[in-house]
Design a protein around this ligand. Structure first.
Ligand SMILES: [Cu+2]
Length: 347
């Protein structure tokens, strides 16, 4: 369920932590209430009640962050914090994320929207948010040591810019990146087109998720943050099989799936039973003459790929990364080969 935290209630740990860091009650009162998510279930699309209309997306095992309108500006409040993420039934991991979950909530805006994002840091170290792929003023790009000092623990930083081009983007820290991204700090951003767009079709189903990866030893719950390539959990939105929800569509629906890759390796994404086209990247929509049919498309590191197809075949169709070892979970990687071994004496 979705909860609103009361920053000024006096009883919450967050109130204490922020107040101790010297943020005045007057300043806090000006912020939008942070909204947090307590479940890893796929939440229904957030139909916009304020601001300009758009067709909302569905975040796989995730949710869209509510906003408030303030004098024409769309205001969001992200809280960077330690979270406990249920990665599969019975398996909870100590991650870092935003607003109660990892990955953070999807942020949805409309092309031309003025956007203000308050980022409160409840982590034990500094952080920032980089708005991967977006056109924005240099000072809003979120790179510590280059465009801003890190947001210190207990402090809130305000990012503000106009969402200039429609598209699918990601957000993640550019502060202690190796640790913070290995701990799960990332999220999705969708800027919907203003009105009809010649290269962005309306679809019946629009899904988003991030490919991410962790190294959590069996029996432990906190990722090893210095692992470079040998991860043992290849997750979608910090969920692993069989905990990943299905993408449910009706027969003959037009379907769009936006997949971002914030792991350390590429993932050839393969859809069964249908052909799709890559209709967009985080660089923008692909011209129609440059699209071709595929059943597998690679999503490289730091890339977003947008797949579209008509769900014209009835059934339960698999959709997976084609690297077989990416479909294994933590306990599978160290199993010795027993093919050719006479099992009769060891069973
Ligand atoms: Cu993969």
């Amino acid at each position: 369920m979705t909860n609103r935290r009361n920053f000024l209630g006096g009883a919450g740990a967050l109130t204490g932590a922020v107040a101790a860091a010297g943020v005045s009650r007057v300043a806090l009162a000006a912020l939008p209430e942070p909204v947090l998510q307590t479940t890893p279930e796929t939440r229904p699309p957030l139909v916009p009640a304020t601001g300009r209309p758009y067709d909302p997306v569905v975040t796989l095992n995730g949710w869209t962050l509510p906003w408030r309108m303030n004098a024409g500006v769309k205001e969001f409040h992200l809280v960077a914090e330690p979270v406990v993420r249920e990665m599969a039934p019975g398996f909870k991991a100590n991650l870092w994320g935003y607003n109660g979950q990892s990955p953070g909530p999807t942020i949805e805006v409309v092309e031309g929207d003025r956007v203000r994002v308050f980022v409160t840091n409840r982590l034990p170290e500094h952080t920032s948010v980089h708005w991967h792929g977006q056109r924005l003023p240099n000072g809003m790009d979120g790179v510590t040591g280059l465009t801003q000092p890190g947001i210190r623990p207990g402090r809130t930083f305000v990012y503000e810019f106009t969402a200039r081009r429609p598209g699918t983007f990601m957000y993640h820290p550019h502060a202690d990146e190796m640790a913070q991204m290995a701990m799960g700090m990332m999220g999705f951003w969708v800027t919907h087109p203003k009105g009809r767009h010649p290269l962005i079709d309306r679809v019946e189903r629009d899904f988003v998720f991030l490919l991410n990866a962790y190294d959590v030893e069996p029996g432990s719950a906190t990722p090893k943050i210095m692992t470079m390539t040998d991860f043992n959990l290849w997750s979608w939105n910090s969920r692993i099989f069989p905990g990943i929800d299905s993408l449910n569509v009706r027969l003959d629906d037009r379907v769009r799936i936006r997949v971002g890759n914030l792991t350390m390796t590429n993932h050839p994404m393969h859809l069964h039973g249908h052909e799709f086209e890559v209709t967009g990247t985080d660089g923008g929509p692909v011209p129609k003459g440059a699209r071709w049919p595929e059943v597998t498309a690679d999503v490289a590191v730091g890339q977003m790929r947008q797949f579209e197809f008509t769900a014209s075949e009835e059934g339960d169709w698999a959709f997976h990364c084609h690297k077989s070892h990416h479909t294994m979970n933590a306990m599978g990687h160290d199993v010795p080969t027993l093919i050719g071994v006479d099992h009769r004496d060891i069973t």
